[in-house]
Design a protein around this ligand. Structure first.
Ligand code: Q46
Ligand code: ZN
Length: 314
C-alpha cells in the first residue's frame, strides 16, 4: 500500500503491510464488524471481558483507542500461576492506561476455583470455567448497567467453534453462532468485535503497540477438542490461504440463516434464581448448583448490591 518496510505478510489477503497500514487495517476490520452487526454505538457503556491474553487486551486497546467508553472485567480462575499472571498482566495494562478494571476472584467470592470445580464435581474444567465466566460477566453487566459485554473471540476461535458445531450438527448452537447476541430474558447483549481478525493479527497488534500479554496457554486446555480443531484448520490454511475466513464468514453470509429459525424465540419458562437472581428455568441457576457442589465453604452473595458481586474490587 506504500513504500514503507513491511512488518507482516497476510497471505489470506494476498498483501504485506507496514506498521502504520497494518494497524489501520486492524482498526478498519474491527470498525466494519461493529457497524455491520450493529454491536454498539458511541454512547454505550461497554464491559470488556479480559483474560490477560493477546485477544482481549488487543480488543480493549482498540476500543479505547477508537474512543468507546469501556470498563474491564477479569476473573481470577485459580488456575495455578496462569491465573495470577493473567490478572497481573491485566491490572498492569489497565493501570498504564488509566482504565477502570473490576477483578472478581472466584475462590474469594464464591468459595471455589476452576480446578476445585473440576475435581469436586467431575466436570470437564473448561465446562465449569465457561459456566462460571458467563455467570460473572452477566451478573456484573446486569448490576453495573452496562449496555453490552464484549469478548476477544477471534476468527480462529469462531472457525474452530463452527467446525465443532458442524461436526456434531448442533443446529441450536449453529443458529446462535452470531457475532452479536441481542439482550433479552435478563441476559445482556454480547458481542465479538474481533471475528474478522486472526490470532496472528491480534498478536502482531500487541507486539506493535507494546502490549505485554500472557504467552502461556491455559494448562487446563490439554485434550480440549477446540485446540484440535484449530490445528486442523491451521493445516488447511497453510495449504489454502483464506480457508478459515471463507469457512466462517461464508457461514455468516450463507449458512447461518438456515439455522436461525426459532433460535431467538423469547423463553417463557425463565424466572429469577432463588439464590442469585440470574435468569433460569429451574429454582436455582446452573452456576449456583455448581457452586454448591464445588465449594467447601458457604458464601453469601448479596443481591442488588451496588458493589456486587461480593469480593469484587475496582
Ligand atoms: S481458561 Fe477456562 Fe479457557 Fe482454561 S479452563 Fe478452559 S475455558 S482453557 S478460554
Ligand atoms: Zn443462581
Amino acid at each position: 500500500m506504500c513504500r514503507g518496510a513491511p512488518v507482516i505478510d497476510l497471505r489470506q489477503h494476498n498483501a504485506a503491510f507496514c506498521e502504520e497500514h497494518f494497524l489501520r487495517f486492524c482498526r478498519s476490520q474491527v470498525t466494519k464488524t461493529i457497524e455491520k452487526h450493529q454491536m454498539f454505538g458511541p454512547t454505550d457503556r461497554i464491559l470488556v471481558a479480559v483474560s490477560g491474553g493477546k485477544d482481549s487486551l488487543a480488543l480493549w486497546d482498540m476500543l479505547d483507542e477508537l474512543g468507546y467508553t469501556t470498563e474491564g472485567l477479569t476473573i481470577g480462575l485459580g488456575i495455578d500461576n496462569y491465573s495470577d499472571q493473567s490478572t497481573e498482566m491485566t491490572r498492569r495494562f489497565a493501570a498504564e492506561r488509566g482504565l477502570a478494571l473490576q477483578v472478581v476472584d472466584l475462590a474469594a467470592t464464591y468459595g471455589f476455583s476452576v480446578p476445585d470445580a473440576a475435581g469436586r464435581t467431575g466436570r470437564v474444567p473448561c465446562s465449569a470455567c465457561g459456566l462460571s465466566k458467563r455467570h460473572v460477566f452477566d451478573q456484573v453487566a446486569r448490576e453495573g448497567g452496562f449496555d453490552v459485554v464484549v469478548t476477544g473471540h477471534n476468527l480462529d476461535d469462531e472457525a474452530a467453534v463452527l467446525f465443532g458445531n458442524v461436526m456434531r450438527w448442533q443446529d441450536d448452537y449453529l443458529g446462535r453462532q452470531r457475532p452479536v447476541l441481542a439482550e433479552g430474558d435478563g441476559f445482556p447483549r454480547k458481542a465479538k468485535p474481533l471475528v474478522r481478525l486472526t490470532e496472528r493479527e491480534t498478536a502482531a497488534w500487541c507486539l506493535l503497540r507494546g502490549i505485554d500479554y500472557v504467552l502461556d496457554e491455559c494448562p487446563m486446555a490439554d485434550g480440549n477438542n477446540h485446540l484440535a480443531y484449530k490445528e486442523l484448520l491451521n493445516t488447511l490454511e497453510e495449504r489454502t490461504p483464506g480457508a478459515k475466513q471463507d469457512f466462517y464468514l461464508g457461514f455468516l453470509r450463507q449458512g447461518l440463516r438456515h439455522f436461525e429459525q426459532g433460535s431467538d424465540t423469547a423463553r417463557t419458562d425463565l424466572r429469577a434464581c432463588e439464590e442469585c437472581g440470574a435468569p433460569t428455568s429451574a429454582d436455582r441457576c446452573s452456576f449456583c448448583r455448581l457452586r454448591e457442589r464445588a465449594s467447601t465453604t458457604s458464601v453469601t452473595v448479596e443481591l442488588g448490591s451496588t458493589k456486587h458481586p461480593t469480593g469484587a474490587t475496582s
